[in-house]
Design a protein around this ligand. Structure first.
Ligand SMILES: Cc1cc2nc3c(=O)[nH]c(=O)nc-3n(C[C@H](O)[C@H](O)[C@H](O)COP(=O)(O)OP(=O)(O)OC[C@H]3O[C@@H](n4cnc5c(N)ncnc54)[C@H](O)[C@@H]3O)c2cc1C
Length: 339
């Protein structure tokens, strides 16, 4: 669209912005991003909707966009095809931070946690994650503990060859986990539930592991929380909504989750460097508690990098908007139409 006030300043540029962009980002990256933009432009579900959407509508839009991206085969294993992955996430982040957050939480936070803390026994699950056959969430934060992760209070107790998950008190309820809650709309109709349910079926959950009466400390587990067909929560699991959020994050299903005697198989333990024998013995190759903790929490680095990248993108947009506005906006001045 022609923008006379801005065009005047654009013409004053002494360089070609396309060449600068290619020099900074790399020609291949610019080309890949243009491909993603072209795909998005051709698809009605990516049309900009300027109405103020309700929380449920917003989540539905994010879900439809996510489904399209999965259908296009654009989102698989982020680490095996970094170039395409960066092109996709940067483009999405620029257009709809809600959809990019949803993908990121599943692939780079939940998926990365299973891969980095899991072993051979989690291979089939990793395949399902990469094929987007299941949807994942990451449940670390509790009402009583955020940054202070090692002190979280959720428990996983070995009992008769299984793990039993419990939330000992209100402060231990897992909160803020993205992709986890169940959208309101889907509660009412089973048919609608089948075609559009998009809440997490699985979560990575952090808990204090108790074996034989001893607390072995903070560990990561992967468990199924919902039936993938009906999206009903499994026994011993209650899930709720964190409520409305401003901006694009409204489309992300941040929820809370609490456990009451929820039983999961021993394979739920993400067992890199540690395990529980079927007869209930905790074994570990970690030499110290800090080594164990760095494996458990190392996966958070991926999320932190993602948050920095999100911040960079937001700054880029803020600068673009501010610069455009500063050349287009006219204020009082000595001459008519002054500056
Ligand atoms: C939109 C959104 C999405 C989220 N998604 C997820 C998710 O998917 N999964 C999940 O598990 N969690 C999620 N979270 C939770 C998020 O990870 C936590 O908010 C974060 O870990 C910080 O914890 P807190 O908010 O409880 O802050 P606190 O730990 O209570 O910290 C409060 C303030 O004190 C500062 N502070 C803390 N400790 C110290 C210290 N020792 N010295 C100095 N300053 C300190 C902090 O920097 C902060 O400014 C999400 C949160 C939001 C808002």
């Amino acid at each position: 669209m022609s923008a006379p006030l801005i065009d005047k300043y654009r013409k004053m540029a002494t360089f070609d912005w396309r060449k600068l962009k290619a020099a900074v980002e790399g020609e291949e990256h610019v080309r890949l991003k243009a491909e993603v933009v072209a795909k998005m432009k051709s698809e009605p579900v990516f049309q900009r909707d300027y109405r103020v959407l309700s929380r449920e509508e917003h989540r539905e839009v994010v879900h439809q966009r996510w489904k399209k991206i999965v259908e296009w085969g654009l989102f698989k294993d982020p680490y095996s095809d970094l170039e395409n992955f960066h092109a996709l996430t940067e483009t999405l982040e620029a257009y709809d931070q809600g959809t990019s957050a949803r993908l990121f939480l599943h692939g780079n936070v939940f998926g990365a946690a299973v891969k980095s803390m899991g072993t051979e026994r989690h291979k089939e699950l990793v395949q399902q994650i990469e094929n987007n056959e299941i949807v994942g969430a990451f449940c670390l934060t509790e009402i009583g503990h955020g940054s202070n992760t090692a002190e979280i209070q959720t428990t996983a107790t070995f009992d008769n060859g299984q793990l039993v998950f419990n939330t000992p008190d209100v402060g231990a309820i897992k909160c803020w986990a993205g992709n986890v809650c169940k959208s309101f709309l889907r509660k009412f109709s089973y048919t609608f539930c089948l075609i559009s349910a998009h809440s997490a079926t699985h979560v990575v959950v952090y808990a204090q592991l108790h074996v034989g009466g001893k607390n072995e400390g903070f560990h990561g587990f992967v468990i199924q929380v919902r039936c993938p067909k009906t999206f009903q929560t499994l026994p011993g699991i209650t899930i709720g909504d964190m409520g409305s959020k401003p901006g694009c994050w409204q489309g992300v299903e941040n929820g809370w989750i609490k456990f009451k005697n929820h039983r999961a198989p021993l394979s739920a333990l993400l067992n890199k460097g540690c395990d529980i024998t079927p007869d209930g013995k905790y074994v570990t190759s970690f030499k110290s508690a800090s080594e164990k903790q760095s494996v458990s929490l190392g996966t958070l680095s991926v999320g932190r990098l993602g948050i920095i990248a999100k911040g960079m993108m937001a700054c880029t947009f803020a600068s673009t908007i501010a610069i455009r506005y500063s050349v287009a906006r006219r204020q009082f001045g000595p001459e008519k139409g002054g500056k």
